[in-house]
Design a binder for this molecule. Structure first.
Ligand SMILES: Nc1ncnc2c1ncn2[C@@H]1O[C@H](COP(=O)(O)OP(=O)(O)OP(=O)(O)O)[C@@H](O)[C@H]1O
Ligand SMILES: [Mg+2]
Length: 262
């Protein structure tokens, strides 16, 4: 039986002034799979993520989630449906502690409005307690419990990426879009992040899409790869197929960045 794609980008164009950052692009992110999204700088990868996550409304085309057209849904409604993403530049709150950073990212059903705080204080408190417990579990899962009380601004680049992953996890996602989660992270920490992604995919069935320049990282994790170049879909295939493809090699060496394994 053919696998039902969780996310489908259907003929999407995202135009900024005279520039098509994404042009007539269609691809699937199949359910329960880890898909890599690669391509040289400026290929339109982050823009595609922003369209999927609802931070950008496409000029043309549709975004489909489990068969439902979500093109007009705001980002927070997509989050409620289980879509979570990390940003290319980690965006932690530097003066807040690591655990506080996780708690503010938690899914919040009751809301923190003044009405709830005044009239439903116990609901608010129990929700905060829940967020705290979940944050502790997330820290444990990421093996950074020792950093709980540390101001996030003091973390290393790699630790910030782990925190970024943690903040996305706090939203109890089903689909995670990770934008260069491995960039600037040392090998040891990168291995750890890869293990965590694998574990979440295998044990919890999360669907992932990773934007990554490091093809080693991609080949270690991804079931399939989507290649974009200059706003367009160049090809889809396995990591090996993509690595051997002349068009991909040309796209990278024709002015883009290429980081090979060696
Ligand atoms: N908000 C915006 N306004 C105008 N142009 C934009 C905007 N966002 C992106 N672009 C342009 O769209 C193109 C695609 O950018 P995008 O950030 O999606 O590329 P990318 O594949 O993520 O690149 P990188 O690997 O460098 O992160 C680039 O030419 C970029 O300058
Ligand atoms: Mg980008």
């Amino acid at each position: 039986m053919e696998q039902v794609p969780r996310i489908r980008l259907d003929d999407v164009t995202m135009r900024f002034g005279g520039l098509d950052a994404v042009r007539n692009c269609s691809f699937d992110l199949p359910a329960g799979r880890i898909t890599g999204l690669i391509g040289p700088n400026g290929a339109g990868k982050t823009t595609a993520f922003n369209v999927i996550a609802g931070l950008l409304s496409p000029t043309l085309g549709r975004v489909v989630l489990d068969g439902e057209d979500i093109t007009d849904l705001p980002a927070y409604r997509r989050q409620e449906k289980g879509l979570s993403r990390t940003f290319q530049l980690a965006h932690e709150f530097g003066r807040m502690t690591v655990i506080e950073n996780l708690m503010v990212a938690a899914k919040n059903d009751v809301g923190e409005g003044i009405v709830n705080a005044v009239f439903r204080p116990s609901r608010c408190l129990s929700q905060e307690r829940e967020a705290y417990d979940k944050a502790l579990k997330t820290l444990e899962f990421l093996e950074i419990s020792q950093l709980a009380g540390e101001p996030a601004g003091n973390l290393s680049g790699g630790q910030k990426k782990l925190l970024e992953l943690g903040r996305a996890l706090m939203q109890e996602p089903k689909i995670m879009l990770l934008d260069e989660i491995g960039a600037g992270v040392n090998r040891t920490l990168l291995g750890k992040i890869a293990d965590k992604i694998k574990q979440l995919n295998e044990e919890s069935g999360y669907t992932f899409c990773l934007i990554e320049h490091d093809l080693d990282f991609v080949s270690r994790l991804c079931h399939g790869v989507i290649v974009m170049a200059q706003g367009e879909l160049l090809m889809t295939g396995t990591v090996d197929e993509v690595r051997r493809d002349e068009r991909v090699i040309e796209a990278y060496f024709g002015g883009g960045r290429y980081q090979d394994a060696s």
